[in-house]
Design a protein. Structure first.
Length: 251
């Protein structure tokens, strides 16, 4: 009921000067009430304990949003489900060293500043066991550069048109210049990586054997079919994204 009321209010305010202030107030109120309730119910402790006790292979999913993956300890900064633990990736993760076998994050690291992204990857290195693995999927700076080329593919053209239609307030014309500018600023984006930058950050964290993978493909079975391609039109997530995996080798 409450979600429907909020949704209707957002629709009425969208495109008006009141939208951003109202959204900020809503986020503060929601966060306060939400965290108080979760604290009283001890959601984080209960969900974490149940996952670690029930799963032989321990797997941590960072920034899950609404994409809850069975068999993983799903986490988010503002969880919308009591199946999800609250975790701020810019802080020390609330787990001992060597807790997990696998760590996964999709389209989340670009929402925090680069320095905090390095902290997140450092923590992603700390919490796995030796030979544990990390998989990071994020928007690709190379994709944005390709959008600006004169020789665009049909997929590029469809993507530009779709973005203009779905983000008309910030993308007034179906033009690469508007789409690119919007992409690096919208949705809370802070830093858009390419393979070189993310690979260097993973190396600084301590990971070895860093490899690029196709979306939803991996040599590790646990990392297959994780990315949520259905959240945007077919082919667009693959166009936007790249994926790197790394291994925590024994000291």
């Amino acid at each position: 009921m409450m979600r429907n009321i909020v949704k209707a209010a957002k629709a009425r305010l969208s495109g008006t000067p009141f939208y951003a202030p109202a959204q900020a107030v809503y986020q503060r109120v929601y966060k306060t009430v939400h965290l108080l309730r979760r604290g009283i119910l001890r959601v984080n402790r209960t969900v974490t304990r149940e996952h670690l006790a029930s799963q032989k292979v321990k797997k941590l999913h960072l920034g899950c949003g609404s994409h809850i993956i069975d068999g993983w300890l799903n986490s988010d900064f503002l969880p919308y489900s009591e199946r999800v633990v609250r975790l701020d990736v810019t802080k020390r993760f609330p787990f001992p060293d060597g807790t997990f076998d696998y760590v996964f994050s999709e389209h989340m690291i670009e929402h925090i500043p680069h320095a905090q992204g390095q902290h997140m990857l450092n923590e992603c290195f700390r919490v796995p066991r030796p030979n544990g693995k990390v998989r990071i999927t994020t928007p690709d700076l190379a994709f944005l550069i390709a959008l600006y080329h004169d020789k665009k593919t049909e997929l590029h053209k469809r993507y530009i048109q779709w973005t203009a239609e779905s983000s008309s307030q910030n993308v007034p014309l179906a033009m690469d210049t508007y789409v690119i500018n919007n992409f690096v600023r919208d949705w809370g984006h802070q830093f858009i990586y390419d393979e070189k930058a993310l690979g260097a950050s993973l190396q600084r964290a301590g990971f070895q054997e860093i490899t690029r993978c196709n979306l939803n493909e991996s040599s590790a079975e646990e990392f297959r079919d994780l990315e949520n391609e259905e959240k945007i039109p077919e082919g667009f997530l693959k166009l936007e994204s790249f994926t790197l995996e790394g291994t925590k080798k024994p000291a």
